[in-house]
Design a protein around this ligand. Structure first.
Ligand code: VG1
Ligand code: CO
Length: 542
């Protein structure tokens, strides 16, 4: 039976950079999930009888949330709900399933790289029929609905067995429990030269893939070990755990340090890779060489034609504003356009749909292409494997050649986590108020050339998104960018992005933090980070 339940609005059900993210306890409040999901459906129309895809990264509360969503979706008139077995679907796999099966949309349960478990974070994100995260007008509408919601509809049917493949019913709605890996693995097989990668592994190429006890493990095992012949044991921490083993499932130099240390050691395999909580991020490390995500995007763009799915060449490259300019140089050389968007994958959707961009990337370990509408961790790893299989060179050699051709963008991100929100807002407001007076000033010997607050004009739908981060450009092609995170759940996180371009190949093998030391110092004194936040050093450096 379908019940209509009276409710009252919760404050702050506002989707951020990537959906609604809060502490698990917040989501566990009675009616909290129900309100947000009903508000989502209330902001949509014409989905009667249509298909909804539902899955998550397996974190704590995933299963409970999925049962609620199935019952609310059934009560609201969806015709079919596709659920990943065990409630598992990586973010890129969800996008793939939505697109392949012509679904109306999907709901992804994840807080990505944020810690899981009972005291960790949870998240809900709505994706549209194109397969990508809902664009701002949709997320704004959901937020508006959440402020006035009075009731939600829900079936009182018993829980669905989501661990057994096949079809059941809730009210008139078909619930189809699907294999989470199958459609995704099939898509990968159409994009990459699996035979060449198989030959690479057969020739003794070694790899370690760190699943970080998050969602990518089953995908990586099936594709790398079972399909491509990588040695069993290549995938480590391959079981999705509700608390990710107590770690941050965040593939970067801090949280995947063990993998980094292995790749820098005598025992290093040829390639190290890792993925995040929901499988959309990736980290690539060659023997003795970490590849920054910004460089990885540029390298992938420059070499994509080596993979069958991209052999006709790429149409354009898109990167988020804080991502280094390395990809722009590749676009220039290829004679294609490059696009600079605000942070968050939702801004790439229009460019991909309009075929203006083929590959996209973010400095936050996110890379992807037009094959789905999310960033895709395993896709990036397979792209690298395809490139390595064709070029038969090591990662370090390929990177060095790339820098020799295009120059090197030294790049680092300094995060100041859990700082006081009021102080962080004041810091940003102060920077914004000084934009006009900064140009021409000399700070620690470097002259500010320009400063602005990034605004994006979407070339496809004409929409304008303002206040996307303060950029300070210095003479000689360096820059510092400041913005506040839109994915955190405690206090504010100030992100500071620091970049310097170096053309001279004789200076391509320097230490990143040393090379950027003067800019790092400026990045701290310019907005008086210590004075305003009490922090003399960042909490995470990537
Ligand atoms: C961060 C990253 C951003 C990424 C977003 C979602 O956002 O900086 O590049 O798109 O996380 O990533 P913010 O607002 O905290 O800087 V995740 O892997 O949800 O999938
Ligand atoms: Co993620």
């Amino acid at each position: 039976m379908i019940r209509t339940v009276a409710t009252t609005p919760f404050e702050g059900q506002k989707p951020g950079t990537s959906g609604l993210r809060k502490k698990v306890q917040v989501f566990q409040q009675p009616h909290y999930v129900e309100n947000f999901v009903q508000s989502t459906f209330d902001s949509l129309s014409d989905f009667e009888g249509e298909t909804l895809v539902v899955g998550g990264d397996g974190r704590y509360f995933n299963r409970e949330a999925i049962q609620k969503i199935i019952k609310i979706a059934a009560a609201n008139g969806f015709g079919r709900i596709m659920v990943g077995r065990g409630g598992i679907l990586s973010t890129p796999a969800t996008s793939c399933v939505i697109r392949k099966h012509g679904a109306f949309g999907g709901i992804i349960l994840s807080a990505s790289h944020n810690p899981g478990g009972e005291h960790g974070d949870f998240g809900i994100k709505y994706n549209i029929g194109a397969g990508g995260p809902a664009p701002e007008p949709v997320t704004d509408a959901i937020f508006e609905k959440s402020k006035t919601i009075r009731e939600y509809r829900i079936s009182d049917a018993p829980d669905v067995d989501i661990d057994t493949l096949g079809i059941t019913r809730v009210e008139d709605t078909v619930v189809d429990v699907v294999d989470p890996v199958e459609d995704y693995a099939e898509l990968m097989g159409t994009l990459f030269d699996f035979d060449a990668i198989r030959d690479l592994f057969a020739s003794g190429f070694t790899m370690r893939f760190d699943g970080m006890s998050a969602v990518t493990g089953p995908y990586a095992r099936a594709i790398l070990e079972e399909t491509l012949g990588a040695e069993p044991g290549t995938v480590v921490r391959g079981e999705p755990l509700e608390d990710f083993g107590g770690h941050h499932p965040d593939p970067n130099l801090v949280y995947a340090k063990e993998l980094y240390d292995l790749l820098m050691s005598e025992e290093a395999p040829d390639l190290g890779a890792a993925s995040d909580g929901d499988g959309d991020r990736n980290m690539i490390i060659g023997r003795g060489r970490f590849v920054t995500p910004s460089d990885s995007l540029a390298l992938i763009a420059a070499n994509a034609h080596l993979a069958p799915g991209y052999k006709a060449g790429i149409k354009g490259i898109a990167r988020s504003m804080p991502t280094s300019g390395a990809a722009d140089r590749v676009a220039e050389k290829l004679g294609i356009k490059s696009y600079e968007t605000p942070t968050g994958w939702k801004f790439f959707g229009n460019l991909l749909d309009a075929d203006l961009a083929t590959v996209c990337g973010e400095e936050s370990f996110g890379t992807g292409s037009n094959h789905v509408r999310e960033k895709d961790g395993l896709w990036a790893v397979l792209m690298w494997l395809n490139i390595l299989a064709v070029r038969r060179q090591g990662v370090a050699e390929i990177v060095a050649e790339h820098w020799a051709t295009y120059g090197r963008n030294y790049y680092t991100r300094h995060d100041y986590e859990e700082v006081d929100s009021t102080a962080a807002d004041a810091l940003m407001a102060d920077l914004r108020s000084r934009l006009d007076t900064l140009p021409g000033t000399v700070i620690n010997g470097l002259t500010v050339e320009a400063a602005d607050d990034f605004a994006y004009h979407d070339p496809v739908d004409g929409s304008v998104t303002t206040k996307q981060g303060v950029r300070v450009f210095f003479e000689g092609g360096s820059r510092v960018v400041y913005r506040l995170s839109g994915t955190g759940t405690a206090g504010a996180t100030l992100r500071v992005y620091i970049e310097r371009f170096v053309a001279d190949p004789a200076r391509h093998d320097l230490d990143t933090q040393d090379t950027l030391a003067d800019l790092i110092e400026i990045s701290r004194v310019l907005p008086d980070i210590a004075g305003r936040t009490g922090r003399t050093a960042p909490s995470v450096i990537t």
